[in-house]
Design a protein around this ligand. Structure first.
Ligand code: DLL
Length: 422
């Protein structure tokens, strides 16, 4: 039904990136395709993918399709080291994003009469400002809380009586837990709906949030590269998958190993092409998120197809308390510190509602046999903590271990042990 509109927009995007972004000209040429080859939507599968590495290579603005004078906003994916992904928006992009986020709120049953408590982080992260502009577009009253300062958040929840809350699902549980510990009855707040995303969560977590807060908990998905929050959103009717805004994004699922396009319904890696973005259009961007497309009609009447919950990733990225990190980024911090060996293990767990990270790393033989050892080891631990905080924005428990005590891998190392049962 949307095919014709999608095809027209797709053809325009392909033309535009081919003529304005050096990377796409090279990548299309290398693959032997031209924008004119897009005669049907099916022809897209002949086009090359765009990967996170391509974006890193173009850091910071290399893949922008408009001059900087037309860019009115920059955001970046989390992790402050090196080459995080920088994304740009024109006035019209911000307008589209606000419109799509407003759609998400409408799908959650909200209107201009609602008060929205926005606890997504404001800043380079897309969550805060993305939800903020959408809430204003809807005409709702938005409370720009940002993240952190939980006691104050609880006070505002009580005093301002917001009817909706936006934050990560783990932070919602954290708020509920701390509220209860302070003697608050979380179920008697005016909140009726929560718009939760930015990290994987399960129906079990949904039940827990809904029961402790007496709200409807809905899933929202997005990623900075494609826009930010609001690429897809659950409606109040279906609650089985999130409607993808197909007039602005074309979604495919692929086999992550072969790159082959999978039929709807089959689980694989999501690949998005932006259909209307001006500053930072992307063709066939590999998200690494694993999900599946649901084509069955939804009770709500929306005709946009849905995507299932994201159940995992086809790479080793982990999301700890809303911060996306790759083991390689942690490794980069560790190898920068004298006395450490490049052998490490990351243990992710959840204590109560909080994600925890333990970094186990081997110290060098020389250091291990040093008489002054304990003091030196403590100093190294402090340094690792500081660098992880400064460069990646994460806190971790550090465990220095003896040389050659961690597991060695044959082939692909698996650095992460994720014990969270989400
Ligand atoms: O997390 C954008 C966002 C903000 C989405 C607020 C929803 C709400 P990034 O920081 O670029 O952007 O991280 C994107 O987070 O590729 C997924 O792996 C993960 N993710 C986002 N939403 C969900 C979700 C924002 N609902 C990465 N379920 C994505 C599971 C999610 N994972």
């Amino acid at each position: 039904m949307h095919d014709l509109q999608q095809l027209k927009r797709l053809q325009q995007v392909a033309q535009r990136v081919y003529h304005t972004v050096g990377f796409y000209r090279r990548s299309f040429d290398e693959a032997g395709v031209k924008p004119e080859d897009l005669k049907t939507l099916g022809d897209l599968k002949r086009f090359p993918f765009t990967t996170k590495q391509d974006l890193r290579d173009g850091y910071p603005f290399g893949l922008f399709a408009v001059p900087m004078s037309n860019v009115v906003r920059l955001h970046a994916s989390s992790g402050t080291t090196g080459r995080s992904t920088v994304v740009g928006y024109t006035h019209r992009d911000i307008e589209t994003w606000s419109e799509l986020m407003a759609r998400c709120f409408v799908a959650a049953g909200l209107t201009k009469n609602d008060i929205i408590h926005n606890a997504y982080g404001y800043g380079l992260f897309t969550g805060g400002l993305g939800a903020h502009y959408g809430a204003e577009k809807l005409g709702a009253s938005v409370i720009p809380m940002s993240g952190g300062n939980t006691k104050r958040q609880l006070m505002i929840l009580q005093d301002f009586g917001p009817t909706a809350i936006c934050c990560t699902p783990s932070y919602a549980l954290n708020l509920a837990e701390q509220g209860q510990a302070m003697g608050m009855d979380m179920r008697s707040l005016k909140l009726r709906v929560g718009i939760f995303g930015a990290e994987p969560w399960s129906d079990k977590m949904r039940d827990e949030i809904e029961n402790t807060m007496d709200i409807m908990a809905l899933n929202i998905y997005g990623l900075s590269e494609i826009m930010g929050p609001g690429v897809s959103m659950e409606c109040t009717e279906g609650r089985e998958g999130m409607h993808v805004f197909e007039d602005h994004f074309l979604v495919e699922t692929i086999n992550p190993d072969t790159g082959e396009v999978l039929p709807p319904g089959e689980r694989g890696e999501l690949v998005f092409t932006t259909l209307t973005k001006e500053a930072f259009p992307l063709v066939r961007y590999r998200t690494r998120d694993i999900s599946r497309i649901i084509t069955a009609p939804c009770r709500c009447g929306r005709t946009h197809h849905r995507m299932d919950r994201v159940t995992g990733r086809s790479d080793d990225m982990i999301i700890i308390r809303g911060v996306n990190v790759f083991p390689s980024q942690i490794e980069a911090v560790l190898v920068g510190i004298q006395g450490l060996e490049p052998h490490y293990q990351l243990i992710v767990d959840r204590v109560g509602t909080l994600d925890t990270l333990e970094v186990q790393v081997e110290v060098s033989d020389a250091l291990f046999s040093n008489a002054d050892e304990v003091r030196v080891l403590q100093k190294i631990e402090r340094r690792i903590n500081k660098d992880l905080k400064d460069f990646l924005g994460i806190t971790a428990k550090i465990k220095l271990v003896e040389p050659k005590s961690l597991q060695r891998f044959e082939g692909k190392a698996s650095r992460v042990i994720d014990k969270r049962q989400i």
